[in-house]
Design a protein. Structure first.
Length: 184
């Protein structure tokens, strides 16, 4: 091997390791709430805003998520919205807590029930900020690609929305593509 190739290989390896380290560090910088009482968190949440998500591209208005406890201790996730034609879109999934007893990091799967045992098709659902009355929640993924601002009601005081979204910005989320959800 010539020296130029060795140097190129060394630099490429360092660059790859640097990128991997930065990607890992980016995930680690996302902080969740200290503790979530799942019983208080269960129920219906209205989406106030979100970053674009492929699976929600048909959602035009009235986006909600209803969480309920399954017999096996997992959480049933029932997402609903209406498309531009007014047709109901629904997706039912299952979430499992990844950091008991804190309960702030969940993995969600929307695979068909018979395939949920597979170790693929699961997404992170981290609770980043939550008011003490469980009326407003900020949820995101550790890679900062996805984010949801949720409220128990379809409207949210703009000052509270700004507070929660600023929390996301402070954690490194880019909100330039944020979608504000319509409610009718």
């Amino acid at each position: 091997m010539n020296n130029t190739f060795k140097i190129f290989t060394l630099i490429s390896g360092i660059a790859f390791l640097s990128m991997a380290t930065l990607a890992y560090a980016s995930d680690e910088k996302v902080q969740t709430v200290a503790k979530v009482d799942l019983n208080k968190y269960l129920g219906t949440w209205h989406e106030i805003a979100r970053k674009p998500l492929y699976f929600q591209k048909k959602c035009d208005y009235n986006v909600t998520a209803n969480y309920s406890l399954n017999e096996n201790g997992t959480v049933k996730v029932d997402n609903k919205c209406f498309n531009k034609d007014g047709k109901l879109q629904q997706s039912i999934g299952e979430a499992s807590v990844q950091n008991t007893p804190e309960n702030s990091k969940l993995k969600v799967s929307f695979l068909p029930k018979a395939l949920r045992w597979l170790p693929v098709g699961r997404g992170d659902y981290w609770i980043l900020k939550l008011d003490e009355d469980y009326q407003v929640a900020l949820v995101g993924t550790p890679n900062k690609k996805y984010l949801w601002l949720l409220s128990r009601s379809p409207t949210l005081d703009p000052a509270i929305a700004t507070e929660f979204l600023n929390h996301a910005k402070n954690q490194g989320y880019n909100l330039s593509d944020l979608i504000h959800t319509k409610h009718k």
